[in-house]
Design a protein around this ligand. Structure first.
Ligand code: FE2
Length: 294
């Protein structure tokens, strides 16, 4: 059966059928998925009962994996998964749900703010692939905002204003918005800001989009409160319902998104229930603006 993609909504997000992710992809499947990602930005694969090795093999067939090292408050001895995975579960290394006041959990609540994965890295992520192993009884949707449409809907004056702007991104900025400021000196160094353009041109489609993320906390050359307000205003614009697809998870779903043309956020769910989501990530091609390597 050939791989097919049918639109979930008219503007973006597609549902893929005719592919079994437990098996190697054919070269034609790889091309179809890459073209599908350019066109849809979010692809949903239902009913994929894959293990870690199969998720890694599928991810590697599409590009180079971005490692998750030092990006959370888990110490290396507390990792539940290998560093080829970003552990976006609420589980500790013994597969127990974090206590409500555990700072690793509170830091991870930052994923409920609109963001683009790894925008706090000099080379930000290309695709993210999130697989649902265990889901809560309610809540926990992931929502996606389609940034080329958000860009195109700006008025001409705002397009001109954002064109050359450079933002500073750090996980410290996103957590500040939630009142989480409890960082050690080592974490403050590790999470030091990086630069990202506010307008990106997608290499696969040639379309411009807003490169927003809650990690963005300042605009180079702007007073901070004015920058924060401007970024908040753009985020409100970009996350209007007409630009958003909300994914309601089923166990076995794999959802893949293009971080270069979407933002996403997780929605709340009951704190005591396990939510085991495993993310693999493809590395981006390069920085969006020249700067010293991290
Ligand atoms: Fe994320």
């Amino acid at each position: 059966m050939a791989l097919t993609i049918k639109p979930i909504q008219p503007t973006f997000a597609g549902e893929v059928s005719g592919v079994d992710l437990t098996r190697p992809l054919s070269p034609q499947d790889v091309v179809a998925i890459d073209e599908g990602m350019n066109r849809f930005a979010v692809l949903v694969f239902h009913g994929q009962t894959i293990d870690d090795e199969q998720q890694l093999a599928f991810t590697r067939s599409l590009g180079e994996i971005e490692l998750a090292v030092g990006t959370s408050l888990r110490a290396p001895s507390e990792y539940r998964l290998p560093t080829t995975f970003a552990d976006v579960s609420n589980l500790d290394q013994n597969h127990q749900v974090f206590a409500r006041d555990d700072r690793r959990r509170l830091f991870a609540i930052g994923n409920r703010l609109w963001h683009s994965d790894s925008s706090f890295k000099v080379i930000p992520a290309k695709y993210s692939l999130l697989h649902a192993r265990a889901i809560p009884s309610k809540g926990g949707n992931t929502e996606f905002a389609y940034m080329p449409a958000a860009y195109e809907a700006l008025d001409a004056e705002t397009k001109a204003e954002v064109e050359e702007l450079i933002c500073e991104h750090s996980q410290i900025f996103s957590r500040q918005q939630l009142g989480f400021t409890d960082f050690t000196d080592e974490e403050r160094v590790r999470f030091k800001p990086v630069l990202q353009r506010l307008v990106r041109v997608h290499p696969g489609t040639g379309r411009k989009s807003l490169y927003l993320s809650s990690h963005a906390g300042s605009i180079v050359g702007w007073p901070v409160p004015e920058a924060r307000f401007f970024l908040r205003d753009l985020t409100e614009h970009a996350t209007q319902r007409e630009f958003v697809y909300s994914h309601r998870w089923r166990v076995g779903d794999l959802v893949m998104w293009d971080n270069r043309q979407t933002m996403h956020r997780a929605r709340p769910f009951p704190a005591h229930e396990p939510r085991d989501m495993r993310r693999t990530t493809l590395k981006g091609d390069g920085p969006t603006v020249a700067q010293a390597a991290a």
